[in-house]
Design a protein around this ligand. Sequence first.
Ligand code: ZN
Length: 133
Amino acid sequence: MKPKYIDHIGIAVKSLDESIPYYENLLGTKCYAIEEVKEQFVKTAFFLLGQTKIELLESTDPDGPIGNFIEKRGEGIHHLAFAVDSTDEALTEAKANGIALIDRRSRKGAERMNIGFLHPKSTHGILIEFCSK
Ligand code: ZN
């Protein structure tokens, strides 16, 4: 199953309050949604550019994934998300092709998307997400 397009780019930030006005200014568009994803210990903010979104990620817990990422690497690109027709099928196919997974099955992410991550050890250092509606 081929990814169809880049659905979003996830960017880890220290503060949504500080980074939202910056991105609104840079992109010339308003943040259209802010959502907390409790299971992931993040608050997200979305901007739409064509069919691609920018997802800002602020940690709500220093021990959560974004808290850890910022602690180790500072702010920056956290993951790249490819739109697929079915996240579960894409994960199964990736596994069959020898790609290591973080998620064997999809789970619910922001915007009620079905999401699943590949393991960065298989993807040359970039955390890759599959997502579908
Ligand atoms: Zn994402």
